[in-house]
Design a protein around this ligand. Structure first.
Ligand code: URC
Length: 301
């Protein structure tokens, strides 16, 4: 044979695992992106297509989710050690396991009340602005994107239209997560008016947006969006209009029944964080009597 097989490895990459544990009203999140790469006696599968030594990548994925449920996630390192040891010691043909883990950190959103189940992902959002001047009038539209938030409870979705293509199960306690993209228009339009304190305004808009997200018991992301928008308009006199584009970042409970593990209570639940497709919920909230001027498509701004 004029060729020989060199280094090879295989496994399921980027398993998005979210585990929520509940300590009364205080919830804790572990949010990981786990990639498995296995190597060992894999000549046959490459040379002849014999799968006799191949533990399916699908199984490596299931193992990640089942371990999250069964053994918990103390730290990324501990979880990685546990998985790597499992693959190498339980499968004779596998001699090496490389587990790569990215961990996403979340901070609590401080809101009113006892509930502690609202989080904002660490790492800064991007702050945006667009300033337009025609010699007489100003238009300032500011905003942000990539502000990722999650409520690990206080979200339901049911009572929706069902037609012959509807398979979605009604949800009475689900995760609500989104990455907020928003633009808001200031009512400062001419030099005769006092200019807002832009930095203080940004902080205020963001704070009210986050609080409204945390404090809304949600029956839909649409309802949460409206609450976020109206809170900003009520609390920030300098803003007349706000538009949101909110992807509904779906978290699906993983079916662990085949492995004899129950994953049907929200406590200690393991979710698969899906990145696409996603619901996309968009709307403008206006001060009553004001005109809508922010473009429908926020990418055009
Ligand atoms: O908050 C939601 N709004 C929807 O319109 C919708 N549609 C869907 O499938 N899930 C959800 N969730």
């Amino acid at each position: 044979m004029p060729t020989i097989l060199g280094q090879n490895q295989y496994g399921k990459a980027e398993n998005r695992v979210v585990k929520i544990t509940r300590d009364g009203a205080t919830h804790h999140i572990k949010d990981l992106n786990v990639s498995v790469a296995l190597s060992g006696d894999m000549d046959d599968v490459h040379y002849n297509g014999s799968n006799a030594n191949v533990l399916p990548t699908d199984t490596t994925k299931n193992t990640v989710y089942a371990f999250a449920k069964e053994h918990g996630i103390e730290s990324a390192e501990q979880f990685g050690v546990h998985l790597a040891r499992h693959f190498v010691t339980s499968q004779e043909p596998i001699h090496r396991a490389r587990i790569r883990i990215e961990e996403y950190a979340w901070e609590r959103i401080e809101a009113s009340g006892e509930a502690r189940h609202s989080f904002v992902r660490k790492g800064q959002e991007t702050r945006l602005t667009q300033v337009t001047y025609d010699g007489a009038h100003w238009e300032v539209v500011s905003g942000l994107k990539d502000l990722t938030v999650m409520n690990s409870t206080d979200s339901e979705f049911w009572g929706y239209v069902k037609d012959r293509y509807t398979t979605l199960k009604e949800a009475y306690d689900r995760i609500l997560a989104t990455s907020v993209s928003a633009r808001w228009r200031f009512n400062w339009t001419d030099d005769a008016q006092e200019m807002p304190d832009w930095d203080a305004s940004y902080a205020r808009v963001k704070q009210h947006m986050l609080r409204a997200f945390a404090e809304t018991y949600s029956l839909s992301l649409q309802q949460t969006l409206y609450q976020m928008g109206s809170r900003v308009i009520e609390e920030c006199a300098e803003v007349d209009e706000i538009r949101f584009s909110l992807p509904n970042s779906h978290h699906f409970l993983v079916d662990l029944e085949p492995f004899g593990l129950k994953n049907d209570t929200p406590d200690g639940a393991v979710y698969f964080a899906s990145d696409r497709p996603y619901g996309l919920i968009e709307a403008t909230v206006l001060r009553d009597g004001c005109e809508a001027r922010i473009p429908v498509d926020l990418t055009n701004l």
